[in-house]
Design a protein around this ligand. Sequence first.
Ligand code: GLU
Length: 428
Amino acid sequence: MANKPFNAFKLAQDQFDAVAEQLGLDQATKDFLRNPDREYHFNIPVRMDDGIVKIFRGFRVQHNDARGPCKGGIRFHPHETIDTVRALAMWMTWKCSVVDIPLGGGKGGVICDPHNLSMREQEGICRGWVRQIAQNIGPIQDVPAPDVMTSGQHMVWMMDEYEKIHGAKFPGFITGKPVNMGGSLGRTEATGYGVIYTLREALREMGTDIKFTKASFQGFGKVSQHAVKLYREYGGTPVCVSCWNQEEQKSYSFLKKDGIDIDKLLSITDRFGGINKKQAESIGYEILPGDAWIEQDVDVLVPAALENQVTEETAPKIHKNVKIMVEGANGPTTIEADKVIKERGIFVIPDFLANAGGVMCSYFEQVQCNMNYFWPKDEVLGKLDAKMTDAYLKVSALARKRKLYMRDAAYMIAIQRVAEACKMRGWV
Ligand code: GLU
């Protein structure tokens, strides 16, 4: 989608620098927080199904642990770079802080494409990743979780390897596990639901009934699927989703003006969120180019795919009726696009606030693992809703009071808390 060279870490640092300046942080704190505390780069040798050993490149970045152990997912992506992992680790620090959970920020990645790997080969990558870093991660150091193209199964393999190495059971080592393996009910839905809880609050503040709104989503993976579902349950009309087509190596948008039937669409979707084009056409979807999701005449846009999607080139295509953009993905909007959106007065619920439901529920999962006592789903989702709503209201109150852009208000709260923790520990 984007042709311009893009560096997610530069975006994360630029966003940080601007707010650090406004907050008047001292030089040491600025220098400390604009780079990760620690990072690990390593080789992961895996014997492939054809008998040949292939070396994959793995990363873990620990951005900051002043407020608690680092926390963040592991992505499997063919275009993974250390700078993307650095940015995502930094965003995790702000994410955990803005929703006020006692965790820091980390992120991991492996350069690989699970589309072309057998489950046995993926297991080899998971176990190899843990072996390389087993002394530097753990329930009280750094807790991984799923992210782009990783799932509960990957988490169980990683947990199993970690437990073998350390010779005991550590269910709190990793989150996003399947429910029968120490996972939390509600974790699968949590990120998508969190996106919609914040949207619900924003619409309520605007005095708009969600039932009279339409929304367009980018992506149809774990976040988008559940966001579409809850948005529909609340009475909204989701009209468009997009997804990556692995065969053609490009993305498509799927438009259904009278509203997406989520169960039907899921029945023709693969495990990576790829929708079958032919079948979609046969049940009434218009198949449009990948970018078309952003041009739709809707009230709400939800970029919930990857970083660098709402750019200088695509932002001007946003329809004049769009009032809110809720960022389900991490880092979907570039600095240049942010300017366009600001000028047009579109209300943004920034990524590290909007999509914090996932890590919030991961935190609940850790709490339940530590107690070895698991809550019913209603209780998990009730707690998730309460904490997401509270975090949203604090950010929107600050934005209103100080006439700030929502992203800046969220950054102010998050950075301030982390800076204070660093100061209290005597680090800066
Ligand atoms: N990968 C998710 C995120 O970007 C969840 C992280 C977690 O649960 O630790 O927020």
